[in-house]
Design a protein around this ligand. Sequence first.
Ligand code: SAM
Length: 262
Amino acid sequence: MTSPSFGDPWTADILTLFPDMFPGTMGHSLAGRALKDGLWALNVYNIRDFSKDKHNTVDNPPLGGGHGMVMRPDVTAAALDHALSSREQVVRPPLIYPSPRGRFLDQAYVKELSQTSGVVILCGRYEGIDQRVIDRYQLTEVSIGDYILSGGEQAAMVILDSVIRLLPGVMGKQIGHQQESFEAGLLEHDHYTQPRHWQDMNVPEVLSSGHHQQIEAWRRQNAEMRTRLQRPDLWDRYTEQHSGQNALKKRVKSIDKERDNN
Ligand code: SAM
């Protein structure tokens, strides 16, 4: 992975057939404020501008037959070349092609991306892009889930949103995301706020005790319980990583006991 060159904000170059979709949701709230404050930068390129024929063709039917259209390699490559040559950074940023065939977007990869100089995201449409572009530019295919979107733009927004909130200064207090789901290999603990009594339901007493150590212990145990119940796959990985810890074994026993009592 590359290191950001100091002084430049983390920069996202988006290549799309629908430039008006951006900044879209990324122009609002946390990401929108950070964009205005120069904590990250956005360049949007219209792939159609790189078509050379008089009809501005960007796609053609698949060779070998079949339904749908495929984005042309010469046009998408020209757009990529332009975006890359417009960047001031010497080190090539990660080139991402959102794709249902790709590696899953997870918090570890999001963190990795937040430590680069930025990303170039090529948004697919139709049946996708010509394979030769993926091969020639060594695009990283990234999937946001096992379902089919109509275009890469929404996936690009998801990637951007998850990365931008990790950039320095965006969330204010850095502690904010260190306790979130996936950061320690666990889901996050339950949250409660005022009023303490609502519809015959109470908040766990320890949270009103003012005893920080006990609150921390309750939160950790609650996070472990949630992970075990709601994401057994994460829980298995977590217990494997902490298999030598007696404290964890004790907590697992107490989670089991609590579950048996309910
Ligand atoms: N023919 C492709 C397939 O079956 O794998 C689906 C093409 S989809 C209609 C058009 C574009 O949406 C893709 O090129 C990709 O950029 C984007 N896309 C669709 N689903 C996605 C997903 N789960 N994650 C990331 N991008 C996705």
